[in-house]
Design a protein around this ligand. Structure first.
Ligand code: PXP
Length: 239
């Protein structure tokens, strides 16, 4: 079986801190503990409204992480400039809407072709790998390949939110999307809404090389600590 990388999304450590606008808990410390638990990558989303991660967090995590750094961001000129200055290993472009609670859908790369192509080119020239967060949709995956992304991250939210009756169909769409990604020469990642309970069918998908998981790991960390929570997820992914 393939060895899947685990990217631990630590946004919600900053969400808790921002609830009080104070200095704790510090996502910089969380990144270190996630690495001690076996994370292969630290993932964070620097949102335009800075509702959780702040510029200071992004800078310090980028400077201190011992593993890979994956910056999730919107395709805007401001974020492009920040990415080129921080120089993470990878940037995952995501759609962003101010009123959303979390990233609700994938990018529309077909409609935004030119905009995304410009950002991908600039980041590529800065030696930053690029990934597109897309729904399990073959047209979007084909567009990601044409734009020149290195990878696609398949949005697993629909599968995660599915009921017993429609879960198999949602899983099938992810399986097919992963195969399409590989066919178009893209690295295949997946994420959103993945938990200790729904991860099993996802890790069996041969083409998936990386998973980015936040909410479930940070939720468990409240009870068992970040290191343990990450270690438990690593065990499920490697099994
Ligand atoms: N991948 C991407 C691109 C995301 O935007 C998010 C949420 O910020 C995640 C993964 C992690 O999702 P969750 O917190 O539901 O595990």
């Amino acid at each position: 079986m393939n060895r899947i990388r685990l990217g631990v999304n630590i946004d919600h450590v900053a969400t808790l801190r921002e609830a009080r606008k104070t200095t704790e808990p510090d996502p910089v410390a969380a990144a270190m503990m996630a690495e001690m638990g076996g994370a292969d990558q630290i993932t964070f989303h620097l949102r335009e409204d800075r509702r959780h991660f702040q510029n200071r967090d992004a800078r310090l995590v980028s400077e201190t992480a011992q593993t890979l750094v994956n910056l999730e961001m919107a395709a805007t000129p401001e974020m492009q400039e920040i990415a080129l200055a921080l120089h993470p290993d990878a940037v995952t472009l995501v759609p962003e809407r101010r009123e959303e609670v979390t990233t609700e859908g994938g990018l529309d790369l077909v409609r935004g072709f030119e905009k995304f192509a410009g950002v991908v080119k600039a980041l590529g020239e800065g030696s930053i790998k690029t990934s597109a967060f897309v729904g399990p949709d073959k047209e979007q995956i084909k567009a990601a390949s044409r734009i020149g992304f290195n990878a696609v991250e398949i949005h697993t939210g629909e599968y995660a939110n599915a009921t017993r009756t429609n879960r198999d169909a949602a899983l099938k769409r992810i399986v097919e999307a992963a195969a399409a990604g590989a066919k178009y020469g893209l690295h295949v990642h997946a994420g959103h809404g993945l938990t200790y309970h729904n991860i099993h069918p996802i890790v069996r998908i041969e083409q998936i090389e990386e998973l980015n998981i936040g909410h479930s790991i940070i939720s468990r960390a409240v009870f068992v600590g970040i290191e343990n929570a990450v270690r438990e997820m690593v065990e499920l992914i490697r099994r």
